[in-house]
Design a protein around this ligand. Structure first.
Ligand code: PCA
Length: 326
């Protein structure tokens, strides 16, 4: 090789290496729940899979605990490209579309099995809604069934009168109103403090969230109600997604499918594990009594009718598709 050829070969090698450097991208992935929560652990495993699957061309840094954006702001941050990817409880955005609340209709799909069927019926519509908002859905994972937390024994709706109730979406605020409680919206990351300071005294949530936030430090009772199983969604900005190579899209989609299956399994495994953890922490953990369940079911009927009215024909079609799959 003469000098000129050597120089040219060197330049080509340099161009190649800077080319592959330029192709390497880092995505930030805000998540609202604590690092120890199973959704967050699943998100980290997904991020690792993407790093490996794309040969390091796309790496994802997970920011759990609402550290980068609080839960309520994550969806907008992805839509507007402030971050490339993130996770959000979509039922927190029922103000944008009532359909986002399909997974929080009381007693519509109260088991993991039903929840999967309901999600299958809803998924095309949810994907279309997200697409209109510049978002592509990668995977979704349900929380364990929702039960009621209190700092006293509660046997009826009358026992709930005037209690300060932590809500996380429209449905949970409405539940508070219909049971005579006072709703206050608090992100999961802030609930330990809210309970410790008396800003809230009660909530509806999973055993998993109570366990993660060590709520036995302030609360005493968890009643299994199996009211609904809301979902977290991992979404990517459509403009970012459009720029991903086909090979990397395939790798990320495969990681997302794995994460969805792993997350569902973790949610199922965590259901009993975290309820046992609440009991070990000193809480009384038991199914809600028949009288209370009867009253809650009546309230659930009111809330179902309200949701169907808000969600219109598309909501009714979604419920019909779910019922015919049962
Ligand atoms: N935990 C989340 C949503 C549902 C759940 O189980 C929360 O309480 O914010």
């Amino acid at each position: 090789m003469n000098t000129i050829n050597k120089l040219m070969a060197g330049t080509a090698a340099l161009a190649l290496s800077t080319g592959s450097l330029a192709a390497a991208e880092k995505w930030d992935m805000p998540m609202a729940y604590s690092a120890s929560n199973f959704h967050s652990e699943n998100g980290v495993a997904f991020a690792d899979c993407v790093g490996t699957g794309t040969n390091g061309e796309i790496t994802i840094e997970v920011h759990p605990g609402g550290a980068l954006f609080a839960g309520a702001d994550i969806k907008r941050a992805i839509q507007t490209g402030q971050v490339q990817i993130g996770e959000r409880l979509l039922s927190g955005h029922q103000n944008e579309s009532a359909l986002f609340g399909f997974d929080s209709v009381p007693f519509l799909a109260p088991s993991f099995e039903d929840s999967e069927k309901l999600y299958a019926a809803a998924k095309p519509k949810i994907e279309a809604l997200l697409d209109e908002q510049n978002l592509a859905l990668l995977y979704a994972v349900p929380w364990p069934p929702q039960g009621l937390y209190f700092k006293k024994e509660v046997n009826s709706v009358a026992d709930m009168e005037g209690i300060k109730f932590r809500s996380y979406n429209n449905t949970t605020s409405r539940l508070a109103e219909l049971t005579g409680m006072l709703p206050v919206t608090v992100e999961a990351a802030e609930i330990s403090q809210a309970f410790a300071t008396g800003v809230a005294e009660s909530m509806v949530s999973s055993g998993a969230t109570g366990y993660d936030r060590k709520v036995w430090e302030s609360l005493t009772h968890f009643y299994e109600v199996d009211a609904w199983l809301p979902r977290n969604y991992v979404m990517v900005n459509q403009d970012v997604w459009a720029d991903v190579s086909d090979a990397n899209k395939a790798a990320i989609t495969a990681c997302a499918a794995e994460a969805e299956a792993r997350g569902l399994q973790a949610s199922q495994d965590y259901t009993q594990f975290t309820m046992d953890g609440l009991a070990e922490g000193g809480m009384t953990v038991q199914p809600a009594g028949d009288a209370l369940m009867g009253e809650l079911r009546e309230i659930g009927e009111t809330m179902t009718a309200e949701w169907l009215e808000a969600a219109g024909d598309e909501g009714a079609a979604l419920v019909d598709a779910f019922k015919s799959a049962q």
